[in-house]
Design a protein around this ligand. Structure first.
Ligand SMILES: [Zn+2]
Length: 154
């Protein structure tokens, strides 16, 4: 992949693509053809496109993992809640305050991760990229099922 360091074959097209973060999913199919041709002939731009798409996907994965983490933390806190009354009697008011602080921190964290996730999904082509991968997988599975069926019918 040392070709990624080589120069762009068309600087003008390369600059336009860079300003779009190498995402051409939003433009019309007729216009897309030129850029697709450029990705095919320019190793530098196609390497960057791959890098940006994997970055988008990792951001989407990270933000959803963080939302899941806060959901889990809130679920754990909910299970601890019965203990709260015991701790309230034995240890006093501090535990009660701490519990509510943790719950609000968990809710704030969950809201923050959901907003971050929504921003990532809106600002990047991660959803279309991921659904593209899903469609490709579904197509492969269909082909395999068709192959198995034709084998059985023999
Ligand atoms: Zn290029």
């Amino acid at each position: 992949m040392s070709s990624a360091r080589s120069k762009c074959s068309d600087r003008v097209v390369g600059a336009i693509l860079a300003s779009w973060r190498y995402d051409i999913s939003g433009i019309s199919p007729e216009m897309r053809r030129d850029y697709e041709n450029h990705f095919a002939e320019c190793a530098r731009c196609s390497a960057r496109q791959k890098f940006h798409r994997s970055l988008d996907v990792s951001l989407a994965v990270l933000t959803s993992l963080s939302a899941l983490f806060f959901l889990f933390a809130l679920a754990v806190l909910k299970h601890i809640r019965p203990l709260e009354h015991v701790a309230f009697k034995v240890l006093g008011l501090d535990i009660y305050d701490m519990y509510h602080m943790l719950v609000s921190a968990g809710i704030a964290g969950l809201c923050f991760s959901l907003i971050a996730m929504a921003l990532v999904l809106m600002a990047t082509p991660a959803p279309s990229y991921l659904s593209g991968i899903a469609a490709e997988r579904a197509r492969l599975i269909e082909q395999r099922v068709a192959a198995i069926r034709s084998l059985r019918s023999l």
